[in-house]
Design a protein around this ligand. Structure first.
Ligand code: MG
Length: 384
């Protein structure tokens, strides 16, 4: 079975663009993949065009070998654009192989290790009484782990991190008091703080308030996290932007991260994700996959989650407070993973278990989107 064509679909679904990739074969079996580089989809399409030049005609079943060829057969290897392209192709090849062999993708990854996939949900309200109401609701309907959102921007383009730290810490503390000590509570700072700001935030809360803090600072400098570790004792959830095992390497080898926020659509697909999971297992680190994209990402993450032993929770964006995001258009994605309470049942259909109405998909438009260019009050640029 040989690869015959690769088609990219950059499409706005819900509030965000998704880059879906279809890999076709000469035997009529095809697979779907998704790229995770939100905001720079056209760059990934360019990379896939380069890869398509020589991928057509290659054996679709040789996924491991094709991964090596995609990664190593160029002088300027690696990086987030190329790995997002490799991820989408790798996931689609797993879908093809599963469908051709009539097995779910987790069977290609070592087989099922759990009967269902626990998820964590995210509250959408900013710190305040509504955040507590949402968290209480999530706990009542079955979530055992959830993530809170810090205070947002005062205006569209203004972000002054220190102005929000006390307020966010106060409401995190109140949420913990209201929910009790059993539920897992975390917060995601989307790498917007400095080491000092992150330390100040964490030190404003009683010990035990948070079970994890996700990306308090940017990730280019692993030793900055080591410096932050000396100042705070909350477990770190890191890794959603990491493209390849080598970006995880210093974080795993130096025991910096406690939860691996791996994104199968960015790290290099299921092939690379399984290697990172094995490496994390040797350091007693649990996988906590990043999953803010579409149903293909959810399905690929689900099969990954089913097949690894060291697993915490899969991110869902389909809880009661995130449905408005609209990433799961039910007319385009005819078959897709669906939450049952707070868990995802393991898909048992061949391949990823996704069915797409391609006619409808072709009508879907792409919309250029630019991330906010945030500035502090003095006009200087800060992180989005
Ligand atoms: Mg995050």
């Amino acid at each position: 079975m040989k690869i015959s064509k690769i088609i990219t679909y950059p499409v706005k679904i819900g509030i965000r663009n998704q880059l879906l990739v279809k890999v076709e074969t000469d035997e009529g079996v095809y697979g779907w993949g998704e790229s995770g580089l939100s905001g720079r989809e056209k760059a990934v399409i360019g990379a896939i065009e380069h890869f398509s030049e020589w991928l057509v005609g290659k054996p679709a079943f040789q996924i491991g070998s094709l991964w090596q060829e995609l990664y190593r057969s160029q002088y300027f290897e690696g990086g987030r654009v190329l790995l997002a392209a490799i991820s989408a192709i790798d996931i689609a090849l797993h879908d093809i192989k599963g469908k051709a062999l009539k097995v779910p993708v987790y069977e290609l990854l070592g087989g099922m290790q759990r009967n269902f996939i626990p998820t964590f949900a995210t509250t959408s309200a900013p710190p305040g009484p509504e955040m507590i109401e949402q968290a209480t609701h999530l706990m009542k309907v079955g979530w055992k782990a959830m993530r809170l959102s810090p205070s947002g921007h005062q205006t569209k383009d203004l972000y002054e991190p220190r102005e929000h730290l006390s307020e966010t810490a106060k409401w995190c503390t109140k949420t913990r008091e209201e929910l009790g000590s059993e539920v897992v509570l975390g917060i995601d700072y989307h790498h917007r703080l400095t080491v000092a700001e992150a330390a100040s935030f964490c030190q404003k809360m009683p010990r035990g308030t948070l079970d994890f803090i996700e990306e308090p600072i940017r990730d280019e400098c692993p030793s900055a996290y080591q410096s932050l570790r000396k100042l705070i004792d909350i477990p770190f959830a890191i890794g959603e932007e990491f493209a390849s095992k080598w970006q995880f390497q210093p974080y795993i080898e130096n025991d910096i991260l406690q939860f691996a926020r791996i994104d199968v659509c960015n790290v290099g697909g299921l092939t690379e994700a399984m290697k990172v999971a094995g490496w994390c297992e040797s350091h007693y680190v649990d996988m906590m996959p990043h999953n803010p994209l579409g149903p293909i990402c959810t399905a690929a993450s689900l099969h990954f989650a089913a097949a690894v032993s060291n697993f915490a929770w899969l991110e869902t964006r389909a809880s009661d407070f995130e449905k408005h995001l609209g990433f799961e258009d039910s007319e385009i994605f005819l078959d897709q993973p669906k939450l049952k309470g707070s868990v995802l049942p393991v898909e048992t259909k061949p391949g990823l278990g996704i069915t797409i109405d391609e006619t409808l998909l072709k009508r879907q438009k792409f919309e250029f989107w630019e991330a906010p260019h945030l500035r502090r009050r003095d006009g200087s640029i800060t992180n989005w």
